[in-house]
Ligand binder design. Structure first.
Ligand SMILES: [Zn+2]
Length: 137
């Protein structure tokens, strides 16, 4: 990925992440979006052949987080799919302190995946893209 493409992809990621940081009331946090041209040092292994396009490291006690994102992995994603990747990571920031009690955070993954889908549904509804319960009455 050349510098021009990197800058273009980084701008796209930062714009979407910034919008969701506002929507999720995370502006009081220091959220760094660290863009990489490939895998980063310390990248988690998703296992089972899954490639991790992004992850987040949180210090919830200090309201600080860093999203690492592999631009090579997300450059061809639609806006909607990239949005889900970033929203998923930001949801981890909200619930991260729950991880305190468990070594395995698969429960947190399930909750965050659900939250991501719910937020997307609410966002779509607010834009009139999807009929919700309130539209029935
Ligand atoms: Zn996750």
């Amino acid at each position: 990925m050349n510098d021009k493409e990197f800058a273009k992809q980084k701008a796209r990621v930062v714009k979407i992440a910034g919008w969701w940081i506002d929507q999720l009331w995370l502006r009081g946090w220091n959220v760094e979006v660290k863009c990489h041209r490939g895998p980063w040092v310390g990248m988690r292994d998703a296992g089972a052949g899954f490639v991790v396009p992004a992850d987040i490291t949180c210090h919830w006690q200090y309201a600080e987080a860093r999203i690492n994102i592999n631009l090579e992995e997300v450059k061809d994603l639609s806006k909607e799919k990239l949005e889900k990747v970033l929203l998923h990571e930001l949801c981890h920031a909200i619930v991260n302190e729950m991880r305190y009690w468990e070594e395995d955070h698969s429960h947190e993954e399930r909750v965050v995946t659900h939250m991501t889908r719910a937020f997307i549904t609410v966002r779509d509804h607010s834009r009139g893209k999807e009929k919700g319960l309130l539209d029935i009455y």
